[in-house]
Design a protein around this ligand. Structure first.
Ligand SMILES: Cc1ncc(COP(=O)(O)O)c(C=O)c1O
Length: 392
């Protein structure tokens, strides 16, 4: 039977990593891989997480199963950070632990399918796994342009997409730090998004994978909260893999908000079944470590401080690129200072991207997406020189 399977294309980013590793230039720059890096180019374990892991190892007395919902202490500890004053929506909200943001999206989209969703509207470009999961589930997607060439959200395209949609459809929204463009809605635009989504009757599915990596924990959730405050139903797919640096430990949560507590409770029974058939129960370790951090005031302060340092470093790299706009005109560097998170897209042609790699040892995705955290005080000058050389 296995000979019936079709070959799948190689992952482009993994291929890029191979090329990068094979390059023996000492000053090569990797802007492809999508993880945070310090100014030394490392992706260390957060100090707050290390301390929590020490307590976890010392205090854990059983590894017995927890159930498909995972560690509910972790989920409850997350709620104030994610929803702030919205709390538990008067009992209309419930959540569960899942393996990363990907696990949350998988369950959210499978739940939408079970509930009979028509199409899922998606700004284009988006994180490629969104459409991949939809395709795997056999759910139709409808694309609209996320951003204009000037580097701001394309509200006209969003208005047209929502005008054409209605009850029975859903929309995937990036809560903050849009991947791959870094282009988030402004507060005024979020207010309009909330209005339009409420009027159209589509179900919002909000992907919040980078809270705290944009403007701040509260600031990064504000747009999402404005939508949730207006809507009778919504789902939030949350990842702790970036803002706790827990990537490989697979830590996330799915939150479901229903019209009333009975609807939510029924939806959750469906979510548990979906968890059972996908992974049965989420891995415990990373979620338990994040819970220990969030339940302890001192560790919480340490975590939020570390997250703040990451944010400040990325902001400094963005500002440095923005102020170098005149060195490489036409690439859109000026807009990078307004954008958020790990990623942005430079307006480079495929030829320029190839020249950056071959002549300058600068590696980035074929879309021109760069990982801002791949830049350091040690390499940003050389990166700007390389951009100037290919732009000229
Ligand atoms: C937009 C977006 N959503 C969700 C995820 C999933 O994150 P994870 O499954 O690693 O928690 C990612 C990861 O890169 C992402 O960029």
């Amino acid at each position: 039977m296995l000979d019936q399977l079709e070959q799948q294309p190689a992952d482009a980013l993994l291929a890029l990593i191979k090329l990068f590793n094979a390059d023996d230039r000492a000053d090569k720059i990797d802007l492809g891989v999508g993880v945070y890096r310090t100014d030394d180019g490392a992706t260390p374990v957060f100090a707050a997480v290390k301390k929590a892991e020490e307590r976890l190892v010392a205090g854990q007395d059983s590894k017995a199963y927890l159930g498909p919902e995972g560690d509910m202490g972790f989920v409850h500890a997350l709620v104030p950070h994610v929803f702030g004053p919205l709390g538990d929506f008067g009992g209309r909200m419930d959540g569960m632990q899942v393996p990363g943001g990907t696990g949350a999206l998988r369950i959210a989209l499978a739940l939408a399918k079970k509930a009979g969703v028509g199409r899922v509207l998606m700004g284009n470009p988006s994180w490629p796994n969104h459409v991949q999961i939809l395709n795997d589930l056999g759910v139709a997607s409808a694309n609209f342009r996320h951003a204009t060439p000037e580097g701001v959200a394309d509200m006209e395209a969003l208005r047209a997409a929502l005008a054409d949609a209605g009850a029975g459809d859903a929309i995937m929204l990036h809560g903050c730090c849009h991947n791959p463009t870094g282009i988030d809605y402004t507060a005024a635009q979020w207010a309009e998004v909330a209005d339009m989504v409420a009027t159209s009757g589509v179900l919002p599915i909000i992907d919040l994978a980078y809270q705290g990596l944009g403007q701040g924990m509260e600031e990064d959730a504000a747009g999402m909260r404005a939508v949730l405050a207006r809507l009778p139903e919504a789902m939030v797919a949350y990842s702790c893999d970036k803002n706790f640096g827990l990537y490989r430990d697979r830590v996330g949560a799915l939150f479901v908000i229903g019209k009333d507590s009975a609807d939510t409770a029924r939806a959750m029974t469906n979510a548990y079944v979906l968890a059972r058939v996908n992974w049965s129960q989420p891995p415990d370790h990373g979620g338990a470590a994040a819970r220990i951090v969030m339940e302890d005031e001192g560790l919480t302060a340490l975590w939020l401080g570390e997250l703040g340092d990451m944010r400040a470093r990325m902001r400094a790299m963005r500002d440095a690129l923005a102020s170098a706009d005149n060195r490489a005109p036409g690439l859109g560097l000026a807009t990078l200072g307004e954008q958020n998170g790990l990623f942005s897209i430079l307006r480079l042609t495929p030829e320029q991207i190839l020249r950056l790699r071959e002549e300058h040892g600068v590696y980035m995705a074929g879309s021109g997406r760069i990982n801002i955290a791949g830049l350091t005080s040690g390499n940003i000058g050389r990166f700007i020189d390389a951009l100037a050389a290919v732009a000229g």
